[in-house]
Design a protein around this ligand. Sequence first.
Ligand SMILES: [Fe+2]
Ligand SMILES: [Fe+2]
Length: 202
Amino acid sequence: MATENKYKSEFIEILKDTGRENIDYVIEDLEDLGFFEAPASSKNHFNFEGGLVEHSLNVYKIAIMLKEQIIKLRPDIVNRIPDDSIAIAALLHDVCKADIYKKVVKKVKNEIGVWEPQESYNIDYSNFPLGHGEKSVIILLRSGLDLSDDEIIAIRWHMGGWDLPFQSSEMIASNKKAKDVCPLLTLIHTADTLAAGILEGK
Ligand SMILES: [Fe+2]
Ligand SMILES: [Fe+2]
């Protein structure tokens, strides 16, 4: 069953390896929210059961790969992108999606024009309508996870420019500054873009 798949075990193992206090509560809350069954999107990348945990692992693996190459060119930056912060930010950036996808059966036409039932997802934000990265941060803090400033910035702004059209001018300025002060943000945003756009592309 998808709920007990290898991605879930790998995800939990990496999270626990960070040694963070209250990580068991975070995992318990993710279970309750449906994180391990959720897709990564309704129509785009990894829109199948368990897609969200697999996507989160992909972001983590890409971020670690990128870090290894970047520190060869900029060894001085290594302490600003520690492995445990990459694990926390990459694996947990999209926990806001855990409770928004509802499984539905829709009728779609097959290749020969016959309507047949097909499982897909509708999106419903009503459980906790807070936005995206900011919602992830709040869920994690409520679970008792002591996030660093950089981890909060990286998770909150991981969408980069994608959600800026919906922000006030102060938020846009804040997003710009976040990129200047937090290399972890650029790493997570880039890894997320590569995971969704290339690794998980159709
Ligand atoms: Fe996201
Ligand atoms: Fe993502």
